[in-house]
Design a binder for this molecule. Sequence first.
Ligand SMILES: Cc1cc2nc3c(=O)[nH]c(=O)nc-3n(C[C@H](O)[C@H](O)[C@H](O)COP(=O)(O)O)c2cc1C
Length: 174
Amino acid sequence: MNEGVLEALKTRRSVRAYLPNEIPDRTIAQILTAGTWAPTAGNVQAWYFYVIRDSYLKEKLAAAALQQKFIAQAPVVILVCADLEKARNAYKKRGEELYCIQDAAAAAQNMLLAAHALDLGACWVGAFDERSVVDLLGIMPNHRPLAILSFGKPGHIPTDPGRLPLHQVYSEID
Ligand SMILES: Cc1cc2nc3c(=O)[nH]c(=O)nc-3n(C[C@H](O)[C@H](O)[C@H](O)COP(=O)(O)O)c2cc1C
């Protein structure tokens, strides 16, 4: 049994304040690689990742994300996209509408957990204007931006916001 994994799942938090320390390329590669370890429908890996370090672009991303300023404060931002074309080619409508979204979401979660394992803080940002992000970064038409992930040495680690009690979120079907 690997209780370390369970502990990591439990102790990961959405970190929204960062120190200015740079993140080495090697660490970013580790995070991206962890993303690619996620399961995907048919192992099609219908995802694509954009790494953003440029201050101007991070400011503009924060603006496109309802002025969530911590995005600009993060030394590194990764935009996780679904690859619509790859998924459509493999699985038609269901691939494009569902599998690539699930593939990319699983990759995003892996990246958050990898960051946690590497003593970095990270936050998944879903509230953003897709069109603005596509135009700003010149995203390819077959890539749909799903999550802006911000990464940095934690400036503040929030307390556990808690979860609904288990009995409210599942039932057994006999
Ligand atoms: C799909 C999705 C969208 C989210 N969007 C935002 C966001 O726009 N801004 C933000 O600060 N946090 C965002 N979060 C992070 C959640 O607020 C956070 O995961 C939740 O409050 C639980 O806290 P925890 O991650 O520390 O356990 C998002 C998370 C998910 C999965």
